[in-house]
Design a protein around this ligand. Structure first.
Ligand SMILES: NC(=O)c1ccc[n+]([C@@H]2O[C@H](COP(=O)([O-])OP(=O)(O)OC[C@H]3O[C@@H](n4cnc5c(N)ncnc54)[C@H](O)[C@@H]3O)[C@@H](O)[C@H]2O)c1
Ligand SMILES: N[C@H](CO)Cc1c[nH]c[nH+]1
Ligand SMILES: [Zn+2]
Length: 443
């Protein structure tokens, strides 16, 4: 191993301390810490009490801006359209192609209202209603993410959300036209060039210029994640997204340099990102380690990748594919790449993963930008109970119940017995009023 080789942890399921080492590797409490929580609380309180003035002040201080008021941090539809029209042809085509595929995929998710009628004429159902107004947070501190604009705004638009408000920080006042163009394509109504906890607070509580939303969605750094957690309850949130992750499973047949680059693709997001390779061919794991060492010096974001692999990366040797499946379901990764000959069969054994990329050709990066499914995915093991962002996150459901007089009589008897069993007399009598023998006249 050369001097500057990255030291990726090597684990084996045959090691006595494998379970302990894997748990240590997966541990991630970085979504928030006490100092950040205090800073975020201070910011949220300031925005709640001072509105625009606080948002402008924190934006100028934290994003090195010189805005005099919110009008200088507000972009209208014309500016978004102008950004789209001024794009180089190749970028405009790529953005439009990605947006169309994302739209087509998410349209399949759109649940409809439904109802059914019982023999006695009672009607029961579910009414699906889109949110009135959604706020999308698009990260913009360390990098610009036009893909995140599409992934957050398109499902909202497909869901029928009436107003989509976007916030995106623009440190040093640098506007990214690809981000603005994506907002135009995705049907965003307002863009405010603010970020961090101050942007989340403004969306959650509203200010003189930023309308209050019903739900805040979208990934961000530790300040954003902490602020989303703090405003949950005042507004809905999609999830608390942690750093990006990828778990690649190899059967030993995929080009080691492909696998190394797939691992790099998520490691380059963030020093805290996690890239793990699992396989049952130790020689192949060695070949990927060698590819990592060969390719790392060629990467623009080498320092971030190196830190991510050194601190949270791993090459895990297991006995066979069944053991690999056990590891997958234990990790519950954000992105799972099944780089094997029979991914469909292997995918049947996967219970917990944000997105499953099947086969050697399905690079996770294709999902990040343009395959169609959402790239906002559960991280840090939350795929055990959480799902990719989707149309359903921008809709609510109301139950529909319309009892016929006959139906109310039947249900009244049951409800009366149970209500009295709970000593809730008013419940019981309200139900009993609908019993045939108690009705004064049909209504
Ligand atoms: N899960 C996904 O789908 C997805 C997609 C894209 C990016 N990401 C992740 O999102 C994250 C984006 O982080 P980012 O920092 O680049 O952008 P960001 O927009 O999340 O955060 C930048 C904001 O943080 C605030 N901030 C920075 N330092 C602060 C401090 N000391 N005190 C208070 N506020 C402070 C500033 O207001 C700034 O505008 C990365 O980890 C990236 O990997 C995830
Ligand atoms: N892989 C990221 C989510 O973990 C999404 C993304 C945006 N741009 C590139 N990648
Ligand atoms: Zn990515």
């Amino acid at each position: 191993m050369t001097d500057n080789a990255v030291k990726v942890a090597r684990l084996s399921t045959t090691q006595d301390d494998f379970d302990t080492r894997l748990s240590a590797l997966l541990a991630w409490e970085g979504v928030s810490d006490k100092q950040v929580a205090e800073r975020v609380e201070e910011i949220i309180d300031a925005v709640r009490s001072q509105g625009d003035a606080a948002v402008v002040e924190y934006t100028n201080r934290l994003d090195r801006m010189q805005a005099r008021d919110m009008s200088e941090l507000t972009l209208g539809a014309a500016r978004l359209r102008e950004a789209y029209e001024s794009l180089p042809e190749a970028q405009r085509e790529a953005l439009a192609h990605a947006a169309e595929r994302i739209r087509l995929y998410h349209q399949r998710q759109k649940p409809e209202s439904w109802q059914y009628t019982e023999a006695d004429g009672s009607v029961l159902g579910q009414k699906v209603t889109p949110l009135d107004r959604a706020g999308i947070y698009v990260p913009g501190g360390k990098a610009a993410y036009p893909s995140s604009v599409l992934m957050n705004a398109i499902p909202a638009h497909v869901a029928g959300v009436r107003e989509i408000v976007m916030v995106v920080p623009t440190p040093d006042g640098v506007l990214n036209d690809l981000v603005l163009a994506a907002a135009h394509l995705a049907g965003v109504d307002y863009v405010f060039t603010v970020g961090g906890a101050q942007a989340v607070a403004a969306l959650a509580y509203g200010t003189q210029s930023i309308p209050r939303v019903d739900k805040v969605v979208g990934p961000g750094n530790i300040y954003v994640a902490t602020a989303k957690r703090a405003v949950f309850g005042q507004v809905g949130i999609d999830m608390i997204a942690g750093p990006s992750e990828i778990l690649v499973v190899t059967d030993g047949e995929t080009d080691p340099e492909w696998l190394a680059m797939d691992l790099f693709s998520q490691a380059e997001h963030d020093e805290d990102a996690q890239a793990i390779l699992v396989g049952w061919d130790p020689a192949h794991l060695d070949a990927v380690q060698a590819a990592i060492e060969r390719l790392l010096p060629t990467m623009e974001r080498e320092a971030i990748i190196r830190e991510s692999l050194a601190s949270r990366g791993a090459l895990i040797e297991c006995r066979d594919r069944d053991e690999a499946l056990t590891i997958i379901n234990r990790i519950a990764p954000e992105h799972l790449e099944l780089s094997v000959a029979d991914p469909e069969e292997m995918a049947e054994g996967v219970r917990h993963a944000g997105a499953i990329f099947m086969g050697r050709y399905t690079a996770e990066a294709l999902g990040d930008y343009c395959a169609g499914p959402n790239h906002v995915l559960p991280t840090s093991g939350t795929a055990r109970f959480s799902s990719p962002l989707g149309v359903y996150d921008f809709q609510k459901r109301s139950s529909l119940i319309h009892c016929s007089p006959e139906g109310a009589a039947t249900l009244g008897r049951t409800a009366s017995v149970l209500a009295r069993g709970e000593s809730l007399t008013a419940h019981a009598r309200s139900a009993e009023n609908r019993l045939a023998e108690n009705r004064l006249g049909d209504t």
